[in-house]
Write a protein that binds this ligand. Structure first.
Ligand code: MRU
Length: 356
């Protein structure tokens, strides 16, 4: 998608260096950063220079490429793979990508291992772009139907950033929106700010602006009253891990939005590529929920009067804060899952019909 009219992807590989858009600097600064070692890749995932389930998977895949460039050694590669998997716990795409790379590299001799790793990391990236495009075309039909019935602008609420910045291109939740916009359907997006890191305000609104899509940032608690007033036609969110039974783990606050949607008969869709499905964990209570540094709550970045980006404390100095990064929306609150293979019920039967 575009930034200042120029087409970008979130990650690319050039002259044995991985290039990323540093998302900790958006929206105030646009900085392309070089990742030269596997440590750089691990750090980029941890501090969220790259974030979003599919993108951290792709970064981990390229992290293994960097590990081989640094030291073409099986033990080092294994250690790198473990450290990459442990860099963030909740999004399943991270482990999915590392496992896929490691199984591709198994038994490959040291002369061929680098080229095989580069090829597989590229395949993961290209596949994600294709999946996100298909998610868009499948979700477009839902928006189109609402638009035909309503004969007016379709108001869509989204949470966090499941946009192109969270993937490689198109996004998951935003892909149907981009496709609808490109088809001339009038859409307007309610963007949940998404405290504490403000991925909605800082990233989703930013990328929608760059594509010329009307959007309005709202505080996280505003969605409920908008739904009661009939100002939301549908919700679309992304996910970091969806279980085979249709339970959805996503950015903290998603669950409360799904409850409000249910109470107000607003359709609540979750968009995801198959790499986000966890076929193994049976009970949502077993999903590892990331708890991040409480400084993400107590401090906030902004631009000061001199135009410099500055971090400021916004809480009482002595207060404790707690920062759980994800929550779980039970399948019963999800109207449908929008995947690359089509739209299905959030259930075992629904997912198995498409993927098994
Ligand atoms: O903590 P983040 O910013 O990595 O969380 C991202 C989300 O929760 C997204 O909704 C999810 O990864 C889906 S991305 C297509």
């Amino acid at each position: 998608m575009h930034i200042n009219g120029k087409g970008y992807r979130t990650i690319w590989f050039e002259n044995n260096i991985v290039k990323i858009i540093d998302q900790t600097k958006l929206p105030h600064q646009f900085i392309i950063k070089d990742l030269k070692t596997v440590k750089d890749a691990i750090n980029a995932i941890k501090v969220m220079e790259v974030r979003g389930a599919p993108l951290i998977g792709a970064t981990a895949a390229y992290g293994l490429v960097l590990s081989i460039i640094e030291k073409n050694d099986q033990l080092f590669l294994k250690k790198s793979s473990e450290e990459l998997i442990n860099s963030r716990p909740t999004a399943i795409n991270l482990k999915w990508a590392v496992d896929r790379m490691m199984s591709k590299l198994k038994g490959i001799n040291s002369n061929d291992i680098l080229s095989t790793a580069i090829e597989e990391a590229k395949a993961i990236v290209e596949e994600d772009v294709g999946f996100c495009k298909s998610i868009g075309l499948n979700g477009l039909k839902i928006i189109e139907e609402i638009s035909n019935k309503k004969k007016d602008t379709v108001n869509i609420l989204t949470h966090c950033n499941a946009g192109w910045l969270a993937t490689i291109d198109w996004g998951t939740a935003t892909s149907p929106i981009y496709h609808a916009h490109q088809k001339g359907i009038k859409v307007h997006v309610w963007v949940d700010e998404t405290r504490p890191r403000n991925q909605g305000a800082n990233l989703t609104s930013y990328e929608l602006n760059e594509e010329g899509i009307p959007n309005t940032i709202i505080a996280d608690n505003t969605g409920g009253i908008l739904m009661q007033r009939g100002q939301v036609d549908m919700c679309i969110v992304g996910t970091d891990r969806t279980l085979a039974n249709g339970d959805v783990c996503n950015k903290i606050g998603t669950y409360l939005k799904a409850l409000a949607a249910k109470d107000n008969d607003v359709p609540f869709y979750v968009a995801l590529p198959s790499s986000t499905i966890d076929w193994n964990i049976k009970n949502a209570k077993d999903i590892p929920i990331e708890e991040r540094n409480s400084e993400e709550l107590s401090h906030i970045d902004g631009v000061n009067k001199k135009g410099e980006v500055e971090k400021v404390l916004i809480y009482p100095k002595k207060s404790k804060a707690m920062n759980l990064a994800f929550d779980i929306t039970p399948a019963k609150y999800v109207t449908g899952l929008i995947t690359e293979k089509g739209v299905c019920n959030a259930s075992k039967e629904g997912l198995e019909k498409l993927f098994k």
